[in-house]
Design a protein around this ligand. Sequence first.
Ligand code: THU
Length: 141
Amino acid sequence: MNKLPIPEMIRRAFSALPFAYAPYSHFKVGAALLTEDGEVYTGCNIENAAFGPGNCAERTAIFKAVSEGKRDFLAICIVNENQDGGHDFCPPCGVCRQVMAEFCDPETFQIILAKSPEYYKIYTLAELFPEGFGPGYLKNE
Ligand code: THU
């Protein structure tokens, strides 16, 4: 795939927002993950009364995909809805960046932060997670 389906990814990320379970932060997040074979896996954040077990939208999408046999990813789109119903750019947390580094090529994996179908910005994983510790460090070759 040489051109990212950005409008479709933004649409799919927004489609996950209503499923966000965020009764504590009231900060809803939706994500849409594009696999190399052109499929899109969505995810939302899922909070927990014990706080620690909560999961971010990005990891929900990645874990859904990995659990169905997918490991090659091209891009992820992230959107949010805050308590006032507004949409801000929502950069991935450090834990999600680390999880992305496990499966994605930092130089090519694209992270799309969108406020609307028209208003978005794109980073590579390497830009948001420089000098990340990835699986390459544990290879004995
Ligand atoms: N959250 C995400 O789902 N993704 C991000 O990129 C940042 C934060 C969630 C975690 C928590 O449920 C809420 O947003 C507030 O931190």
